[in-house]
Design a protein around this ligand. Structure first.
Ligand code: PLP
Length: 384
């Protein structure tokens, strides 16, 4: 049977992706090799457990594939232990929290409206905000984290876990300082590098590995891999708790998940190999150059821009006008997302900014010239 309905829709989506200027900073274009692994026969196989310790027979090649992903990942990340089974970023963070926290323990993360992520203790509606006591830090008027204030908060609240990671933060994260602060109260420090993993592996953003206990990341953003995630245990993590790797593995399976998606894991092995090349390091440099030019062009056109020192920026488009502007830009073939700005005066549903980034169009071969032209176009549309 040929499912024409689904095929047609996939084809239309492919055409859309080829046509538009894609500026959502968490999106990218995976290689044909990554997509080949994703769409392979590996989707047919159950493999509950870990390599060499499976609950099902028939996993000889699956074990080789998962071990390959682990070894390649450990090499590019520089971690002691790697779990490549989390289905995605949110389950990975839930597994970490489940492994190391008890119900009611304190967790400290960056506020969602300041560029943090839901899974970092966003109150009331999320797993991390419902099951743990959440203490959130903020950014300053200029959009930056004030590490002295963070230290004050941590000393006062003594959280058991600190999440160092962001989803809309356009500046370099000072992981060394995060490490010093966490150590003062003996807190677990988790680097969620979902957005910047490609920049770290590409050598254009400092790595957190020496300063944190765990490093986790999604694999489908700047890394250009399949939708998925990993959790890495560092040397510092094992020094704090020699059983940390075991605890993380147990929390992922059987704690949070059942059978791993081995097609994703194979695609991740491919993505790690692709990232361990000069070509990827050059790509990462270009992502940063392009973002810098785009931000400067928007600023020259009189827009208030937060950033950038990485692959993304947040642009103030007027009080509560973020969604309206994102829609207007899409009508002009430019796809981004509405976003809160630091110290937002609107609401998360009616934010005042847009978030834009360069990883996807850099994959398509865009350089400074195209991004300067694009910046002028965006400014024209935003200013009406
Ligand atoms: C910093 C950060 N952590 C976690 C996640 C969650 O990842 P997923 O959407 O794969 O669950 C995201 C996704 O946007 C993110 O930006």
């Amino acid at each position: 049977m040929i499912d024409k309905q689904v095929r047609d829709l996939i084809q239309k989506e492919e055409e859309r992706q080829n046509l538009v200027v894609s500026l959502i900073p968490s999106e990218n274009f995976a290689s044909e090799e990554v997509k080949m692994a994703l769409g392979s026969c590996l989707t047919n196989k159950y493999a509950e457990g870990y390599p060499g310790r499976r609950y099902y027979q028939g996993n000889k090649f699956i074990d080789e594939i998962e071990n390959l992903a682990i070894e390649r990942g450990k090499k590019v990340l520089g971690v002691e232990h790697l779990n490549v089974q989390p289905y995605s970023g949110s389950p990975a963070n839930s597994a970490i929290q489940m492994a190391l926290l008890e119900r009611g323990d304190k967790i400290c993360g960056l506020k969602l409206s300041a560029g943090g992520h839901l899974t970092h203790g966003h109150p009331k509606i999320t797993f991390s905000g419902k099951f743990f006591e959440s203490v959130q830090y903020n950014v300053e008027e200029d959009g930056r984290i004030d590490y002295d204030k963070l230290e004050e908060l941590v000393m006062q609240e003594k959280p058991k876990m600190i999440m160092a990671g962001t989803t809309a933060y356009p500046y370099i994260l000072d992981f060394k300082r995060f490490g010093e602060i966490a150590d003062k109260v003996g807190a677990w420090l988790v680097a969620d590098v979902s957005h910047i993993i490609g920049l770290i592996v590409g050598g254009v953003h400092p790595s957190p590995v020496d300063y944190v206990h765990l490093i986790m990341s999604t694999t489908h953003k700047s890394l250009r891999g399949p939708r998925g995630a990993f959790i890495g245990v560092t040397k510092k993590g094992l020094e704090k708790d020699p059983k940390l790797a075991e605890k993380i593995d147990k929390a992922v399976f059987p704690g949070m998940q059942g059978g791993p998606h081995e097609n994703n894991i194979a695609a991740l092995a491919v993505a790690f190999a692709e990232a361990d090349t000069q070509e990827f390091r050059d790509y990462s440099k270009q992502v940063l150059k392009n973002a810098a030019v785009l931000a400067e062009t928007l600023k020259k056109n009189g827009l208030r821009v937060f950033g950038t020192e990485n692959h993304l920026m947040v642009v103030d488009v007027g009080k509560e006008r973020g969604k309206e502007m994102a829609v207007k830009l899409e009508e002009n073939g430019i796809v981004c997302n509405a976003n809160t700005i630091p110290h937002e005066q609107g609401s998360p549903l009616k934010p005042s900014g847009i978030r834009i980034g360069t990883p996807a169009m850099t994959t398509k071969g865009w350089t400074e010239k195209e991004f300067e032209e694009l910046g002028n176009r965006i400014a024209k549309i935003v200013k009406g």
